[in-house]
Design a protein around this ligand. Sequence first.
Ligand SMILES: C[S@@+](CC[C@H](N)C(=O)[O-])C[C@H]1O[C@@H](n2cnc3c(N)ncnc32)[C@H](O)[C@@H]1O
Length: 194
Amino acid sequence: MARKIIAALSDSTVFLRAWIANPQRTGAVAPSSPQLGAAMARWLPRDRESFVLELGPGTGAVTDALLKHGLREDRLVAIEKNPDLAKRLQKKFPRAHIIAGDAWDLDQLLRDCPLPIESVGAVISSLPLLNFPKAQADELAQKIRAILEPRGRWVQYSYHIVKDRSRGADDFRLLASKIVWLNLPPARVSVFQK
Ligand SMILES: C[S@@+](CC[C@H](N)C(=O)[O-])C[C@H]1O[C@@H](n2cnc3c(N)ncnc32)[C@H](O)[C@@H]1O
């Protein structure tokens, strides 16, 4: 228990430091709550062989939830722009494929990855899309569409809780959307399919 509390405090400190260094990119002052992580993890693919792509894993709060909900660590590929956070995550999840890079390069990064990844069963994104211009969010959404399996899901959270459509998701079908109040701040999880 004490070890868990120390780990949570250390993640919060690392996260806050990342936010002070780059608030726009980090997009939040604290890691997501276990409740928000669980709301995202509900949408993992049923096929345990499927790869899952996580965008913006930060200190791994959502990653933890994905693994707790049965995702195989060796099926997780995560792209994190902050190289210090990426290094930390790779230590924490040694069998996962953590890529220090830009989510907007996901097509190229997955092509260059030593694993043969042609498609993924889900994209789980914590990227602060509202901090990016719409054209840039649209560009990312097209790349997500191209990498998703036909029935794959794009799960995205946002602190803009009144809107159920994430920026960039205009061409996707909205499958589900719900507010998670137990998070700082409350967030909306929306699930899209192509
Ligand atoms: C709101 S935080 C979420 C962190 C974690 N998933 C959570 O929910 O606690 C957003 C994360 O996205 C990362 N990020 C921002 N822009 C990115 C980009 N272009 N490519 C990859 N990661 C990015 C940030 O460094 C940060 O770790």
